[in-house]
Write a protein that binds this ligand. Structure first.
Ligand code: FES
Length: 131
């Protein structure tokens, strides 16, 4: 995918984030920040019979981290918790258009993935029979 397409994907999701907001009765939540810049992402996830049925996020961050947070919600909604935990950061980077990113920008892109994975692992540890 060209650099231009990746920039368009990032800008589109940054300007019009999908699934931005919170879920009052979320089954799994987690908030983490990028230690190098302090930017934050928090996910709220509804889970039914091991399937993600709704997901929202709030956060404050750069265009890449916010776009990545938005894209991740579309990527995982409707998938099983197990499948999402097995996802790799490369799956997310591919959804961003496979941009070539330096180490700091990679941290921005991967922050949402780390936060969501932590939320789901925490959920499974508290509900082992529901995963
Ligand atoms: Fe903070 Fe990108 S600069 S997450």
């Amino acid at each position: 995918m060209s650099d231009l397409i990746y920039r368009e994907i990032i800008l589109d999701h940054y300007k019009n984030p999908r699934n931005f907001g919170s879920i009052d009765d979320a089954d799994a939540t987690m908030e983490e920040s990028n230690v190098t810049c302090g930017d934050k992402v928090k996910y709220f996830v509804k889970i039914q019979d091991g399937i993600i049925t709704d997901i929202k996020f709030v956060g404050r961050g750069c265009a890449i981290s916010m776009a990545s947070s938005s894209i991740l919600t579309e990527l995982v909604n409707g998938k099983s918790v197990d499948d999402v935990i097995k996802m790799t950061k490369d799956d997310l980077i591919e959804s961003l258009g496979n941009p070539i990113l330096g180490p700091n920008r990679i941290k921005c892109a991967v922050l949402p993935y780390k936060v969501l994975k932590s939320a789901l692992i925490h959920y499974i540890s508290e509900h082992p029979q529901k995963s």
